[in-house]
Design a protein around this ligand. Structure first.
Ligand SMILES: CC(C)(COP(=O)(O)OP(=O)(O)OC[C@H]1O[C@@H](n2cnc3c(N)ncnc32)[C@H](O)[C@@H]1OP(=O)(O)O)[C@@H](O)C(=O)NCCC(=O)NCCS
Length: 219
């Protein structure tokens, strides 16, 4: 443990991006987290993959767990703070820090639905990947997304993640089984910081689609 924590503390927190501060969660985030978790779209996504039911009901448990995992050098999970609004709008994390092989098992993220399609998950994730390959000296970052989670797949591809495989019928929710797409990223593959997103353009196109028929499903 003594070898691990000094490496993790090389990432200076907060990580500041053009619009966000990424920092360890605190009690101050609890009202925002509770409000996000009340949204059915967040609850479904983060409940299925990122947090237990108990943590969704009481985000204080998640805050404590995150800080414990950070001290142990196991995971780096950060609150996403919208600087202009001064509120916590999501989480981004490097889960499963493998110090022996210098790789990260999973880049993970969620953003409050009211802030979707503004390029914020991409922005937070890009800076976190840069920290992984910079101060943390990781060789590789992996991630996964369900094949029907179009937004998550778009974030990973935009960052430069390369598709490496597919776990067929890996996750079953309410009797419906979905494939999990596996991705990996090496330092030379991380794209330039993606300034101009196509999010707004696509958002317009999806609004047109929803006027005429069903859009693509998200997780
Ligand atoms: C996945 C998630 C984090 C994306 O957050 P976000 O801040 O909206 O992401 P960004 O705005 O940075 O990028 C979204 C991309 O998805 C695209 N997108 C969004 N919805 C889409 C859809 N239905 N079909 C196709 N593309 C879509 C956007 O156009 C954008 O791509 P672009 O930058 O190339 O234009 C957010 O949807 C979320 O929190 N989902 C629930 C949790 C989750 O699924 N987490 C990931 C798995 S653990």
């Amino acid at each position: 443990m003594a070898e691990i924590v000094p490496w993790l503390s090389r990432v200076r927190l907060p990580i500041s991006t053009p619009r966000l501060d990424l920092r360890l969660p605190t009690q101050e985030d609890l009202p925002d987290l509770r409000r996000s978790f009340r949204d059915r779209r967040t609850a479904r996504a983060v409940g299925a993959s990122l947090h237990s039911d108990a943590e969704r009901k009481d985000p204080a448990i998640m805050v404590q767990r995150t800080r414990r995992e950070y001290r142990a050098g196991e995971h780096l999970s950060l609150s996403v703070i919208h600087r202009d609004e001064g509120r916590c709008i999501g989480r981004v994390g490097l889960r499963g820090l493998d110090w022996r092989w210098r790789k990260v098992e999973s880049l993970s993220y969620w953003i409050d639905p009211r802030y979707w399609d503004q390029g914020l998950a991409t922005e937070a994730s890009w800076y976190l990947c840069r920290a992984a390959f910079g101060p943390l000296r990781m060789r590789r970052v992996a991630s996964q997304a369900l094949d029907r989670n179009a937004a998550s797949l778009a974030v990973l591809r935009r960052l430069g993640f390369v598709e490496e495989g597919r776990e067929r019928r890996s996750v079953c929710v309410r009797g419906r089984c979905m494939d999990m797409i596996l991705f990996g990223l090496f330092p030379n593959e991380l794209r330039e910081f993606p300034r101009e997103g196509r999010a707004q353009e696509r958002k317009g196109a999806r609004a047109d689609e929803s006027a005429t028929g069903p859009g693509r499903a998200r997780r």
